[in-house]
Design a protein around this ligand. Structure first.
Ligand code: SAM
Length: 286
């Protein structure tokens, strides 16, 4: 591999995902990666991701995890970072160039059609990482099926995703304006074929397609006003709540009531938010 663009992006037309690919979303994804990096790293250790390995980062976004994985596998390994957004892949390219990471390959394509976007990779991949992607795709089982083809026997898949999103994401004390918007977030997600409870179905899908489940766990966190983690939901509201108005899932009045509830909670040291639980799994190809 001589450049971070060694595998030229395929010719699939780039599509936009539900949260958008503009710079505010890229910044939000960076903050999110930072705040979840400890749990993520622990999961990568559980999945035994090692120097010299070939690792897939599926739905890599602007590549915050791919850059970390590139450090872990080192120059004798490779990271194949795949996303349907050309905008995100260009951002990853720029970062990889500036850090002189020549072992990151970017691939533009749909994670649901892995074997056609990764020709020649059958049984070549040691491990795959897929975080907050399966909750967005209409055909998650196809991703699992295709992953089985590209992984070596004994290859590991590390997943982080949501289950019970809508019920758990709660402001305390409860506020109706807040709850309404969370329901709209989940409805908008579902309207595009996504599933905010996808993790409940993933162990079954992996077992059906030739994997065993080595680890299943959950990280449940809360955030208090003024804490680092408070910025995580805050950055999500800023990016996404105006889109809910544009797409007709809530009215401008409902957004205003939500903003007021969030602002009031942010000034109240007695309030907290229960964040959506992030479930994690390591599955191994048999
Ligand atoms: C919430 S972001 C997560 C990004 C990254 N995995 C992370 O954890 O920082 C979801 C990503 O999945 C990508 N995505 C959604 N559906 C996809 C599909 N069918 N094929 C490829 N990428 C997809 C989006 O473009 C976006 O970059």
């Amino acid at each position: 591999m001589t450049t971070p663009t060694a595998r030229a992006p395929q010719s699939n037309p780039a599509r936009d995902y539900v949260l958008g690919t503009q710079s505010d979303e890229a910044v939000r994804l960076g903050l999110q990666h930072r705040l979840w990096s400890a749990a993520t790293h622990e999961l990568w250790e559980r999945a035994r991701i090692q120097p010299g390995e070939s690792v897939l980062d599926l739905g890599c976004g602007p590549g915050h995890a791919a850059m970390d994985l590139a450090q872990i596998v080192g120059p004798t390994g490779r990271v194949i970072a795949l996303d349907e957004s050309a905008t995100f892949l260009k951002q990853l390219h720029d970062h990889a160039v500036s850090r002189k990471f020549h072992h990151i390959e970017r691939v533009l394509g749909d994670v649901q059609d892995l074997t056609s976007v990764l020709p020649g990779e059958d049984e070549q991949i040691d491990a795959a990482y897929i975080r907050w992607v399966l909750c967005f795709v209409p055909r998650p089982e196809d991703v699992v099926k295709e992953l089985h083809k590209v992984l070596k026997v004994g290859g590991r898949v590390a997943v982080q995703d949501y289950f019970n999103y809508e019920r758990c994401l709660t402001l305390a004390p409860k506020r109706e304006a807040f709850t309404k918007v969370i329901q709209a977030v989940a409805a908008s997600w579902r309207s595009r074929g996504g599933d905010t409870d996808i993790m409940g179905k993933l162990p079954g899908m992996f077992l059906r397609h030739g994997f065993r489940i080595e680890h299943l766990g959950v990280v449940q966190r809360i955030a208090r006003p003024g804490s680092q983690l408070w910025h995580w939901p805050n950055s999500f509201w800023q990016t996404f709540v105006p889109r809910l108005v544009e797409t007709g899932f809530i009215t401008a009045e409902e957004m205003a009531a939500f903003n007021k509830a969030w602002e009031d909670a942010g000034k109240d040291p007695a309030s907290f938010i229960q964040l959506p639980p992030v479930f994690e799994m390591v599955a191994v190809k048999e």
